[in-house]
Design a protein around this ligand. Sequence first.
Ligand SMILES: [Zn+2]
Length: 361
Amino acid sequence: MQARFNYQMLELARSSRGFTQKELAALLNRTQAAVSHWEHNLREPNEDDISLLSTALNYPVSFFYQQEVDVYLPPVQGHYRKKAALKAVSRTQLESHFRLLGGWVNKLQDAIEVEDGIASPDFLEDMVADATPEDLARQLRAKWRVPNGPIRSLTTLLENHKILVAKTWLFNENVDGYSFHTNSGMPVVYVNREVELDRLRFNIAHELGHLVMHSDCLPDAEREKEAHRFAAEFLMPGHEIHDQLINLRIEGLMALKARWGCSMAALVRRARDLGLLSEERYKGMLIGLSPYRKKEPVDLTKHGFVEKPQLLGMMVQYHLDELDMTATQIRDMLHLNDGDFSQLMLTLGLGSGGMFVSHRL
Ligand SMILES: [Zn+2]
């Protein structure tokens, strides 16, 4: 069967590199209309064009011939949190990045599922639909048998329950995280690695809240608040932390942060939400914290908190060890160039010098 150029992959490739049609056309020395026609399947690029596209967009030629475009479908219920409005181009680029990552997860997972029949995640069953976010956070802690006290590694907890966590650069420091289900049903949480550990932990818990509560709806301001409430209760259960937040003072915040692995700002907010700070006192404390807005004191890594995703790396490793594939074969299966593939492997902690390269190439 003759493989056909897939116009949908061109659009995905272009947007993932942050190019407009016009910019891509300029790179190729073609008109915007030509690019537009290709992307709308009105005309097919010839082999020379495809070779130029491959170079300009830095994807192997095979990328454009992928037929199973559904693995890259935009996640329907994706959520992402951001501090500021993103430009349209950045948003499109970010979303295509999520689609690509989702596609790689699908591809890696498919082979494993066929081989080993990995069970789908069980965390959503028996959750009460009309419960408050706090109720749901408590229910999930109980269901997962999370011991009282702080959670040292949210990532390990989530991954033990088959929720994939990935820490990546999300192109923009204002984007905190993103969650969705892949087409094969695996819940995925992406968080921006370029943030402090306290914020990163809160972001993971926030995305978990979306996965638990909002898998059938799109985020809005109200749901953002719900995800925050879920995260606060999940990380700092009210009945445990309540007494520690009475008569809260700025000086006491560092010790509480080291204990709970949450930012000083989140602790102050928690105290207010638990009714332990008047609005006036709350504002006063935020002003007291303002010198730390960019960077708070207390390095959480020195207090036993670690967020190190493993699951995606294990999926790759499984292909090497159990499916007897070479790194090059995995790269080709994901239709990546060497640079992007190395980058992905580094993100997974499988970079050069690690076990990955030492296996076989
Ligand atoms: Zn959110």
